[in-house]
Each structure stands twice: as structure tokens, then as C-alpha cells.
Design a protein around this ligand. Structure first.
Ligand code: SIN
Length: 553
């Protein structure tokens, strides 16, 4: 990474000032931040080793997992095996996949899926009662398990939440926002002691924990166009960054080519499973968009399809192209994709009869908190799993439907590592966080958010370019000087500060990688050549975790 410092983004340790001894104190063995598949899986495994507290900032059922339409990829089909799944994962990742981590993903993943089926998790079946296996981009085999066509994520969340709620020893706190992870100096590095939380009813509290797991999902909301829920503001990444953990691969965000595009309407993903069932991308005149562009046609990797769409739009001057699933017919469309059919009906569209207007949008945060193969971050006692983590399994581009799988595999591995590394009792320590703010008045947070999201979409979206990255970096540095410098009292302000932090780090990573690889496409840098290495950076410098004081400057 570059040697240049990131100014206030490097120096800000805490979002708000506090004195630990003045706050209500809560104790737990494992604190898990987030209630998607990785967090729930981690909780279900961790509870065999001690008590667990899950803090989730909204409704527990609102997460990127719950919104996931693609299914779970696993080599359960005849003639398929983990080695072939591994090959596809490595090929999609364009030279940056960590093969050891990816092998764990596909092998442990197969076992996780078998376990789910044994527990009675309901998946779509074919006429003979066998598991129906769909095909998605980048897979050379049909290996995607779905529930109700494109409602796999919500079915998985319900299944896991039922198990969590039936389990003694797991407390689930909804609407509980984690503001910062609390660390203490230990030798040359830092060790995690717990977290500062905020709840609308209980206010600030200190949760002391023997391990903290960040499973809070990605940062899709950093972009104006996104398939992610409003909660995906990258809080976990920013919290880990402030605590001194290294973040990695932030130049890689996966853009999904087929997001429903109706001006003024909320964006909705139109699952790749539709193209897996034969839907095609077409221009206004009905001509096929992907013909002769890639051997895999409409199921080519997402970055290639997304760029093809933007190229076509640049040529036509229009705002969207179309997805044509009319071959399914109205009845079959509704039966196969009931959730999508319902969303479309809200816009007066019928997928079996109408062409569907689509446009790419930010979908999956590939980069995140750097972890080893068991979820350990570079700060002792701090772990990460799922989309918040950067394990190296996705390289420069994630293979479709590998993310729920990742949550299942690394959620469990993380729990086992946290139990094995168990820190001493989470007795409270004295922590005083001082924050010096210049207290500038007149901040319009909505405006800051929408400006940063637009700038990210325009300049750090599907296509990037060095000179624009410099411009957007300057914008972030300007916003940082007044919005990151402020002290807020509620989640809207903290989320905005987290979005700024993650956005700034993404800009930095995108500026430093002078090559086009996977999802990171720079108009001013060639595709091809030697790729790598993975990028990693911790607050205040290169990869090394810098020693930090508990008391911020
Ligand atoms: C989709 O259904 O198209 C999304 C699947 C995924 O992102 O893995």
C-alpha cells in the first residue's frame, strides 16, 4: 500500500468519548456483532464453549444474508466434487484466491450443506424428490441449492434464528449498535477486551468479552447503486480499522449486473438464477447483449457482464438494458421465483411477460478485515467471519453463491478458534476515551451520505480511472476534516463516519492497485500480466498493527 498517511482516517481511534467505569457493565464469553449467516453459525458453535451475546443493529432478520437470492454452492451433485468447485472458485478469483482457504471453503462447505439437509433445512427439489441444483455464472457444474427459487437467504436466516432462540446460553440483542471495539495495550500490540454498545432504550453500555467476532456484513451502502439492505454501512470494517486491525482487498467490490432499475424506485436484485434458467440480457431492440462477448455468454463472470452493460449504455445513451425471462411464461415464473414475482408486481411488471429494466449495482464487499484461515484478525481476541472478513477465498472476484457457504464454513471455524484462543476472564479494565472535536456546526448528514455515495458510484464503481480516484480521494479528505472530526450521539452520525472511513480506504486501495484484475477495472491500467499480491493495511501504516494508546490523541 502507499506510504502516504490517511490523515484523520488514520488518527481517529474512538467515535465518542467515554469512561468505562461510568457505564453499565455487561459480561459475556463471546460477543458477536451481526446476525447474518456467519454470526448465527458462530453463535451456534460458540455456545458449546461459553455464553454468547449477539448484538445486531436492526431487526435480527434484516441482513444481507436475509436478502441473498442466490443459493448455496456445494458439490453435492452427481459427477461433481469439491476439486471442481475449487477450480471454479480459483478461476473466478482471477489469480488472487488463497488456495488453502478456498479448499477449506469447498470441502468444509460440502459438510456444512449436508448438515443443513440433515437438520431438515428445506431446499427446492426436482420431480423425483432429489435436490434441485441450479447453475450460476462462473460455475461449470450445476451445484446451487435454492429455497423457493430465489429466497434462500431468508429461509436460512429463519432456520438458524429458530435454532439460536431455542438455545440456552445465547442472548440476542436487536437494535444494539456497536460503536467501537475496546482494546488494551499488550506488549507491542493490542488485545480486545469488549465493545462499547448503544441501544435506544439502554443508551451506552460496556460489554466485556473474552473474544469479539465481527460478522456485520459488507459495505454496499457506500455506493449509490446497491443491492444491499440499508444496514450494510461497513460498520464492522470501520470498527476493526479504528481498533488497529489490518484490512485487505478493499479495491474489490463485486457489482451485480442485474438490478431492477425503475427510476425513483428502490433497487432490487434480479437473481442470476434467472439467467441460470435461461433468461437473457437484451438491448431495447431485442438483440442479445452477451452474444460473442464471452464463451459463457449471459453467465459470464459478473464484472464482465456489468462492463458489457455499461459499454452498451454508453453507446446508446440510455439508462438501462433489459433482462428477458419471457420464455418461462407467467405461470412458471411465479411458481419458480415467487419472491421476485412479488417485487416485480409492485412495479406493475410480470417477469413471464415483460422485459425487465436492469442496471448493475454494488453487491458484495470482497475486501474486509484480514483474517487467517480461522477468522483471527491481526488484533488478538478480534475475529471476523462472513462478508466482513477478507479470508482470501474470493480473490479478486467472488464466485456466485459462495458467500452463504463462506458464512457457514468460517462462522464455525471462527468460533472454534475463539474458543481455543480464549482470553482470560473479561474482567473490566479502566478505559477512558478522549476525543477532541473541533465541533463544527451545520452538518447535513443526509447530504454528506448522498455525496459520498454518488462519488463512490461514479468514480470507484464498475470502471475506475487514476485521475478520478485522485479527485475522489481529495473529496473524502475534505469531508473527513469536518464530518469525521465531529462527535455524534446516535447511529446516523456513526454510520456516516463509518461509510466515510470505508469509502476512503476503498479509494486508497483502488488507487494503489495499478492494474485491472477481477472486479477492479481501471481504464488506465492494463488487464493481464502478473497479478498480486493481496493488499493489506492497518491504521497508521503498512500491514504491521501499529501500537496504539487506549487514550486517543
Ligand atoms: C444472485 O442471486 O444473483 C446473487 C447470488 C450471489 O451473489 O451469490
Amino acid at each position: 500500500m502507499s506510504d502516504a498517511g490517511l490523515g484523520i482516517y488514520d488518527t481517529r481511534r474512538w467515535l465518542i468519548p467515554f469512561r468505562s467505569q461510568l457505564l453499565p457493565q455487561i459480561f459475556t464469553d463471546t460477543l458477536i456483532i451481526g446476525s447474518g449467516v456467519a454470526g448465527l453459525q458462530c453463535a451456534l458453535e460458540s455456545v458449546s464453549h461459553g455464553d454468547v451475546l449477539i448484538a445486531t443493529k436492526d431487526d435480527p432478520a434484516l441482513s444481507s444474508t436475509a436478502w441473498a437470492q442466490g443459493g448455496i454452492a456445494a458439490a453435492v451433485g452427481d459427477g461433481d466434487d469439491p476439486a471442481q468447485h475449487l477450480r471454479d472458485t480459483i478461476e473466478a478469483g482471477a489469480g488472487l484466491v488463497d488456495p488453502v482457504a478456498a479448499e477449506r471453503l469447498v470441502r468444509d462447505g460440502l459438510r456444512e450443506v449436508e448438515r443443513l439437509l440433515e437438520e431438515g433445512f428445506r431446499v427446492d427439489r426436482d420431480d423425483s424428490g432429489g435436490v434441485h441444483l441450479g447453475r450460476e455464472g462462473g460455475h461449470h457444474h450445476s451445484r446451487i441449492l435454492h429455497t423457493d427459487g430465489a429466497a434462500t437467504g431468508i429461509a436460512l436466516v429463519r432456520h438458524m434464528l429458530d435454532r439460536v432462540k431455542a438455545q440456552r446460553g445465547i442472548r440476542l440483542w436487536s437494535r444494539c449498535h456497536v460503536v467501537d471495539v475496546v482494546t488494551e495495550r499488550e506488549g507491542d500490540g493490542m488485545v480486545v477486551r469488549g465493545a462499547l454498545t448503544w441501544h435506544p432504550k439502554f443508551g451506552l453500555q460496556l460489554v466485556w468479552a473474552r473474544a469479539v467476532v465481527v460478522a456485520s456484513g459488507g459495505a454496499g451502502q457506500v455506493f449509490r447503486e446497491t443491492t444491499n439492505p440499508r444496514t450494510a454501512t461497513g460498520d464492522g470494517l470501520a470498527i476493526a480499522w479504528r481498533a488497529g486491525a489490518a484490512l485487505a482487498d478493499l479495491e474489490f467490490t463485486q457489482f451485480h449486473p442485474t438490478t431492477l432499475y425503475v427510476a425513483g424506485g428502490a433497487r432490487h436484485l434480479l437473481s442470476e438464477a434467472l439467467r441460470g434458467e435461461g433468461a437473457r440480457l437484451v438491448l431495447k431492440d431485442g438483440s442479445p447483449l452477451m452474444a460473442r462477448r464471452h464463451p459463457m455468454g449471459d453467465l459470464a463472470p459478473r464484472d464482465i457482464v456489468s462492463r458489457a452493460i455499461l459499454d452498451a449504455l454508453a453507446q446508446s445513451g440510455e439508462s438501462h438494458v433489459f433482462l428477458d425471462a419471457r420464455h418461462l411464461g407467467a405461470e412458471r415464473f411465479r411458481a419458480r421465483f415467487p419472491g421476485i414475482a412479488q417485487v416485480l408486481a409492485g412495479f406493475g411488471l410480470d417477469g413471464g411477460r415483460d422485459l425487465l429494466p436492469i442496471h448493475p449495482a454494488a453487491h458484495y464487499t470482497i475486501g474486509g478485515i484480514w483474517t487467517d484461515g480461522d477468522g483471527r484478525s491481526t488484533v488478538r481476541g478480534l475475529f471476523a467471519a462472513g462478508e466482513a472478513a477478507s479470508t482470501g477465498v474470493h480473490g479478486a472476484n467472488r464466485l456466485a453463491s459462495n458467500s452463504l457457504l463462506e458464512g457457514l464454513v468460517f462462522g464455525r471455524r471462527c468460533a472454534l478458534a475463539a474458543a481455543a484462543d480464549r482470553l482470560p476472564d473479561s474482567a473490566s479494565v479502566l478505559v477512558e476515551a478522549h476525543v477532541q472535536s473541533t465541533g463544527r456546526a451545520g452538518l447535513d448528514l443526509d447530504d454528506v451520505r448522498s455525496s459520498l455515495r454518488s462519488a463512490m458510484w461514479r468514480h470507484v464503481g464498475v470502471v475506475r480511472e487514476g485521475t478520478h480516484l485522485v479527485d475522489v480521494r481529495d473529496m473524502f479528505d475534505f469531508w473527513g476534516r469536518y464530518a469525521l472530526d465531529a462527535v455524534f450521539e446516535d447511529p446516523t452520525g456513526w454510520e456516516t463516519q463509518n461509510l466515510l472511513t470505508v469509502g476512503r480506504l476503498m479509494v486508497e486501495a483502488a488507487s494503489v492497485r495499478h492494474q485491472s484484475v477481477g472486479t477492479h477495472y481501471r481504464r488506465d491500467a492494463p488487464v493481464g500480466g502478473t497479478v498480486g499480491p493481496r493488499s493489506r493495511r492497518a491504521r497508521g501504516g503498512d500491514f504491521e498493527v501499529c501500537p496504539l494508546d487506549l487514550v486517543a490523541p
